[in-house]
Design a binder for this molecule. Structure first.
Ligand SMILES: [Zn+2]
Length: 242
């Protein structure tokens, strides 16, 4: 009787233990928010066209070539990857990070980028870009999110807006950049194909000499990255251990 009891106790104990081990393992991976980072553009634009939204007859180039620094001569695709790589480093402890690209020499269309983030089950797709304008005095950061009134993004728009509000405040606080505000967009392929919340940060104007130089400074890039981290931590309620 004693032996039987202890065998039963052992079985129950081992069941409980294996159960708790599985739960801990699940909690560890499941609780980390999944962030899909898309460094805008690539070394060569791709003018082959794709539908701007699922089922749409409107076609847009798969990937445009982006802008270029008037002072640094740096192409946008290089800058976006620099910041994206720093962001990956900073986020990977508290988030599961999916990188759309780690190299400039890729050929991934905007719809494909969105689809990859969808498949990864991202909690947020974060698209990093820089701006350009014929008017070289224009500068500042813009925060783009999917339009609430567009049929292809209406399901992801409200949450994207919530995130972009928090994110923009944190990034502006950190960088002290001029804000060009929150901008709803219904014409972006990368938004329209997304099934997960998505925001796009235009980090500044590479056509403005001062801002172009600043965007390439490692310390300024760190401020952008820190701002994004703080914004995400605040939205996803990540407690940062000091
Ligand atoms: Zn761009």
């Amino acid at each position: 009787m004693r032996v039987k009891m202890s065998v039963i106790t052992l079985v129950i104990m081992s069941l409980l233990m294996s159960g708790s081990v599985i739960n801990i393992a699940n909690a560890d991976t499941k609780d980390k928010p999944v962030i899909c980072i898309d460094a805008g553009h690539q070394s060569k634009g791709n003018n082959t066209k794709e539908p701007v939204a699922p089922g749409s007859k409107t076609l847009k180039p798969k990937v445009s070539s982006g802008t270029q620094g008037v002072a640094t001569g740096k192409p946008e695709f290089k800058l976006t990857l620099e910041v994206a790589s720093k962001l990956e480093q900073v986020l990977q402890k508290d988030y599961k990070v999916i990188m759309i690209r780690r190299s400039n020499n890729v050929n991934i269309s905007n719809s494909e980028r969105a689809t990859r983030c969808n498949k990864a089950g991202a909690d947020l797709t974060l698209r990093l870009h820089a701006d350009g304008s014929d008017n070289r005095s224009v500068q500042g950061m813009s925060f783009l999110y999917p339009s609430l009134s567009s049929s292809s993004t209406k399901n992801i728009a409200p949450q994207s807006l919530e995130i972009v509000k928090v994110l923009s405040q944190a990034v502006l606080k950190e960088t002290k950049a001029t804000s060009r505000g929150l901008v709803p967009r219904s014409d972006l392929t990368g938004f329209n194909w997304s099934k997960v919340p998505v925001v796009l940060i235009e980090m500044g104007f590479m056509t403005n000499r001062k801002e172009d130089v600043k965007l390439s400074e490692p310390t300024y890039q760190d401020l952008i990255v820190q701002g994004i981290k703080k914004g995400l931590d605040s939205y996803f309620k990540i407690t940062v251990k000091k």
